[in-house]
Design a protein around this ligand. Structure first.
Ligand code: ATP
Length: 453
């Protein structure tokens, strides 16, 4: 059974060092979290799974890592400066501020139930910056609220460096910042978070075909790469489309409180390439874009076969990495009844995602012979560069198993007195708790088999 509440995950994250409250020792800061020793590993493994599927397994997508701070003009022409806002309402009685479209009942205050609510006003979500000694406090740059825009502005750079025919994509993983009105749901809605986004540039005539293709690809990834059961995921088309979108569908995961968005797959038509291009008048742009007198680059594509020059359409896949990690942890979490009033908490993560790949445990503490053999095994496994390998030298095997169950280590390798006699060790499997006795020489191959599952 997966976690019944997000609070189960919050407690595990703190206890075992996945996620801590940001600025904790000074009382915290809403919507900011710090990732601890095992959280960074799990995030890295999710990122790698995405990069592996989106870049390494294909010929048609390139990687990019653009700056987090960018010129104000990017966000003017992307439409964010004027339009990236949420409707903010305030309770006249208790002063609570809320995002109107996320209220339980829009006529009543979420906090005190009063019906005296102000009219909504647009609340800007971007975090403005004043960069450089001459700025004197005026906003001249923004922290990016998504990775997509810096992908569009690098379209020509990437294409010039690595020629591609349409369709082709550019992918980025990185931080995004939004001044959310009410951060909530632990890492579900934060003010600083991480996105894994891919922009696929297509011939306008092919947009619907590729939108459908990416919906199918991304759904399959959630199931196969992250191990989320298909029945816990669904597609949800947007009821109200953003002004630039021709179609938009979310992938939703069934969190303990109900289905909610984890990824969006959007047909953004020619809005982005049309907005940011130089020489807009040379093209017939379908989307409604601002007149652009500042761009220095033409973002069109010339088809080598037809000789046509046009602005590509964009199909975007936009995933939140932190939300993916939360879904993965909820799904992997189990409290098992072991009988006799004993229980164990175990994270049944896919081994490829596990923060620690294997733990090597000498049965007794500080016995030089056991420790030497354990250190040798650790060194061999570390040479394989498969991820984190831990040595546990506390001598408390029960406690070690419990800890590694809770952080999702797929296998523990125990070195005992028999090891010194016959050169075998015990592998203890996380999910079944079954034990297997194998020769030390066979350990690397066996571990490789286990962690690649
Ligand atoms: P929402 O409707 O939840 O505000 P959105 O539709 O604005 O999200 P997108 O702009 O499409 O989200 O961003 C793509 C993905 O980034 C989302 O599916 C989500 O996984 C993630 N994401 C967006 N905002 C946040 C946030 N504040 N904290 C954590 N992840 C987020």
């Amino acid at each position: 059974m997966p976690a019944k509440t997000v609070n189960d995950i919050v407690a595990l994250c703190k206890r075992r060092g996945f996620i801590f409250t940001g600025s904790e020792i000074y009382g915290g800061l809403g919507g900011a979290y710090d990732y601890g020793p095992y959280g960074v590993e799990l995030m890295k493994n999710i990122r790698n799974a995405w990069w592996n599927a989106m870049i390494y397994s294909r010929d048609d997508i390139e990687g990019l890592d653009a700056a987090l701070i960018s010129n104000r003009l990017l966000w003017k022409y992307s439409g964010h400066e004027a339009g990236f806002s949420d409707p903010l309402v305030e309770c006249k009685k208790c002063g609570a501020r809320m995002r109107q479209d996320k209220m339980k009942d829009q006529t009543k205050c979420d906090n005190c139930g009063s019906t005296e609510i102000t009219e909504p006003r647009a609340y800007q979500l971007m975090m403005g910056l004043s960069i450089g000694a001459t700025a004197d406090g005026a906003i001249n740059a923004y922290l990016r609220p998504e990775t997509a825009t810096t992908t569009y502005t690098n379209f020509k750079n990437v294409l010039d460096a690595k020629p591609h025919k349409l369709p082709f994509g550019i992918a980025q993983i990185g931080k995004a910042f939004r001044n959310e009105i009410s951060p909530r749901g632990f890492v579900f809605r934060m003010r600083e978070f991480e996105q894994a986004e891919m922009q696929y540039f297509v011939n306008p005539a092919d947009d619907e075909k590729f939108h459908e293709m990416w919906m199918a690809e991304r759904m399959a990834w959630w199931v196969n790469a992250l191990g989320i059961p298909a029945e816990k995921l669904r597609f949800m088309p947007h009821e109200k489309l953003a002004h630039y979108a021709k179609a938009a569908v979310d992938i939703e995961y069934q969190f303990p409180d109900g289905f909610d968005e984890v990824e969006g797959i959007h047909n953004r038509q020619d809005f982005d390439m049309g907005s940011h291009t130089k020489g807009q008048k040379d093209f017939k742009i379908n989307a409604n874009v601002l007149e652009n007198k500042d761009s220095t680059t033409n973002l069109s594509y010339s088809d080598p076969q037809s000789g046509q020059n046009f602005l590509p359409y964009v199909i975007e896949t936009a995933m939140g990495v932190n939300r993916a990690m939360l879904a993965v942890m909820i799904e992997a979490y189990e409290e098992e009844d072991l009988g006799d009033g004993k229980t164990r908490t175990v994270l049944k993560l896919k081994p490829q995602l596990a923060p620690v790949k294997a733990a090597v445990i000498p049965l007794a503490r500080n016995v030089p012979e056991l420790l030497n053999i354990s250190n040798d095994i650790v060194a061999k496994l570390r040479k394989m560069a498969i991820g984190r390998i831990e040595l546990e030298n506390s001598g408390n095997i029960g406690k070690n198993y419990r800890r590694h169950d809770e952080i999702g280590t797929p296998v523990c390798i125990t070195v005992d007195h028999q090891t010194m006699e016959d050169g075998t060790v015990t592998l203890r499997h996380r999910d079944t708790m079954e034990q297997e006795r194998i020769a030390i020489d066979a350990v690397p191959t066996r571990i490789l088999e286990i962690v690649n599952r």
